[in-house]
Write a protein that binds this ligand. Structure first.
Ligand code: SF4
Ligand code: SF4
Length: 454
């Protein structure tokens, strides 16, 4: 492919030679991909707003209460004690993101990243409303009400930023606490108020001024594209075989109209090949398809495909690697789901009290002493019972009553286990203690009981 302007190799197109920002005013896309993206984006926004409000088993669908180290994921409560599962979730997420990117490119950025969703679906639309659709003969910037339009736009941006801040805060505090913070006098919640105003200002600055630079300059995930993508990765790509030589009279299907650049939110020219600034938003696919329709040429000159697919002329949005990596992703999700489903509602650890050995109670029985720690990982109070399994002649004595335990609470007690000597199988005897909530079985703890020295 012959490239005339090589400046895109030196710097992002939203920066000039001196490194100053060049404002990108992207035209609003129109087409089937934009419609699909809008539907998906509004679904994501709905999820973002409702996830901390909707409750499953009395727990929020999603909540990340970092202060109290309590996390609710799809209605399942996780505490600091579940670090293993949380670490597994993070590990699976990272592997998932890497594999997903290797196969499907930067789909996340254009379709599901909150930065893109808010910018394209809310802020940009507010801007179109006040200032018109740039480069589409409806630009209202230069008319008489230009100042009022700017003021209206920025006031709307500030209001939306405040709302978004509150939605995000709700993910960390829950709706009730957020309502409490909002409704109580500022003097009672000075720190919360300062935090809220600070984040709102940050969002306003990001969406009013910084915009696509978050994706092209700051986002580390965007920077990883160079190592994650290869010639088989599927991404938004220009069919240079079909399009070149571009220009109305040069024979290729691309008429060099520049509409794919006009619509691009990061201001790049996809005809220059795959670039890390491309967020796979598909706006250029829609716009080029509109152009192709007008000039009566087949659509999809820009499309989802791999570099190899364009080179060989075989549409290759599915290949052996796609299936293999997708299978790995499914297995990972299955392992995670299995681990979470095996997680018990009550965490019990029983350890021998340090420095203690077997004590003779009388001529026929002896005892061992243990420390028992119990943690209720749900929001529901538990009525706990502990039973010695497969033992006829034994007893459990707790120094503290641990039978009633409120949701999210931990308790500790000393436990004395007495056994008749006839139950002992040697110097040490394996014991199993069953833990029940009323009559429902929760789990079994295995311990050793040390018998008297012979
Ligand atoms: S919109 Fe299509 S025809 Fe126009 S410049 Fe871009 S690739 Fe070429
Ligand atoms: S090149 Fe196309 S897909 Fe990539 S960011 Fe620009 S408009 Fe979106």
């Amino acid at each position: 492919m012959e490239i005339n302007n090589e400046a895109f190799r030196d710097r992002p197109l939203n920066l000039d030679e001196a490194g100053n920002t060049k404002r990108i005013l992207a035209k609003q896309p129109k087409g089937k991909w934009y419609t699909r993206r809008s539907i998906f984006a509004w679904f994501c926004i709905l999820f973002l707003v409702l996830a901390p409000i909707i409750k499953i088993n009395g727990n929020p669908l999603m909540m990340l209460d970092i202060v109290n180290r309590k996390f609710s994921l799809f209605g399942n409560l996780f505490f600091a004690q579940d670090t293993f599962i949380l670490a597994l979730i993070m590990l699976v997420s990272v592997v998932f993101i890497v594999l997903f990117t290797v196969i499907y490119g930067r789909l996340w950025c254009g379709w599901a990243c909150p930065q893109t969703i808010f910018l394209e679906m809310i802020y940009r639309r507010i801007e179109y409303l006040f200032e018109g659709n740039p480069r589409n003969n409806t630009n209202k910037e230069k008319n008489h009400f230009f100042v009022f339009r700017k003021i209206g736009k920025h006031i709307s941006f500030i209001i939306v930023s405040f709302i978004i801040t509150n939605v995000f805060l709700m993910w960390f505090t829950g709706p009730d606490k957020l309502l409490e913070i909002i409704s109580s006098p500022i003097s009672e919640n000075q720190l919360g108020f300062i935090f809220m105003v600070g984040i709102s200002i940050f969002y306003y600055l990001v969406y009013a001024f910084i915009r696509e630079q978050i994706c092209t300059v700051f986002c580390p995930y965007g920077r990883l594209q160079g190592v994650l993508l290869d010639s088989k990765s599927i991404s938004v790509i220009y069919d240079f075989k079909r399009g070149e030589p571009r220009g109305r009279k040069n024979g290729g299907d691309c008429i060099d109209c520049g509409q794919c650049i006009a619509v691009c939110p990061t201001g790049i020219d996809i005809k220059n090949g795959s670039q890390y600034e491309c967020i796979n938003c598909t706006a250029c696919i829609d716009e080029c398809n509109n152009v192709m329709e007008k000039i009566k040429k087949p659509g999809n000159l820009i499309r989802f495909d791999s570099y190899n697919g364009i080179e060989t002329g075989k549409r290759s949005n599915k290949n052996a690697r796609t299936y293999a990596y997708s299978a790995v992703l499914i297995i990972l999700i299955f392992v995670l789901g299995f681990t979470v489903s095996k997680r018990t509602s009550v965490d019990v650890t029983i350890n021998r009290m340090p420095g203690t050995m077997c004590q003779l109670v009388d001529s026929t029985s002896c005892s061992n002493i243990y420390i028992v720690k119990v943690f209720n990982k749900t929001n529901i109070p538990k009525k706990l019972t502990f039973k010695l399994m497969d033992i006829q002649h034994g007893a459990l004595d707790f120094t503290t009553d641990i039978t009633e335990l409120d949701g999210g609470k931990a308790i500790e007690s000393v436990l004395m286990i007495k056994l008749k000597k006839q139950e002992l199988t040697g110097r040490t005897t394996d014991l199993k203690i069953g833990i029940y909530d009323a009559d429902s079985y929760i789990s079994t703890s295995s311990i050793n009981f040390i018998g008297p020295q012979q």
